[in-house]
Design a protein around this ligand. Sequence first.
Ligand code: ZN
Length: 279
Amino acid sequence: MSAAPASSPATGPARQRLVLVIADGLRADVAEQAMGYLWALVEAGLATAGRYRCALPSISRPLYATLLTGRLPVQHGIVTNDAVQHAGPTLLHDAHAAGLRSAVVAYHWFYELLSGQPFDPLRHRRALPAGAGVVDATWYFDDAYPDSHTFADAEDLRLRADPDLLLVHPMGPDDTGHHHGGDSDAYRLCARRLDGLLAHTVPTWHAAGYDVLLTSDHGMNRDRMHGGDEPTERAVPFVWLPQPQRPAAAAAAMLGLRLPAASTELRGFVAAHRALVAA
Ligand SMILES: [Zn+2]
């Protein structure tokens, strides 16, 4: 016989189980053109998708902080990639306050935003920032860290820690875009490979009771850069993939969640999802 995980009470309201994928530097048009598995679910009515203009400046660390905190870079004050400081309360802290446990596989800047401490690769590879409810983590620190490894890390964390909230942050589109540009064959191929990784993992996550969402911090322009106001730098996808095994009314309510229309709305979306699961 197998015992239920200690974190999953047999009675009481349902707990949020959510995989949050933040694909770094994935622009909206390429996601829509190249990620056929995701749009197969949208076409079948099993997922919803949209796009929004990311906040400015359209660079990574400020927007990681914005996605996590719901505050604009000019409000939380992290406006460069060099700012090593705590982001303040995040959607992970919200989950922690609700009694939920998180696991994270992400670039080491996320560790710095959650801990307020500089990342040391020889000491902090699996360090847990205090106060955010993170019970297991893997932080990578090479921009070329393969997305295949990030997803394998994510599944390893999920099986090891049974988290309620799993944050997965693949770097492939950003790194590929900086080498080849956002209009390149290589960049589109990276998006196709990411779609393939999701085709392998999303059904598994759904079967384990997780809803899944995919978004990005910023896009990528033809000049192999981002940071400004060009549509290719700012338009990012949001794809909502709730697990399909619910009764029809509950599935419709879950699919009907209003998608974020700005980088600042992800934290609220995650909270709205938690409220709907518990209802
Ligand atoms: Zn970048």
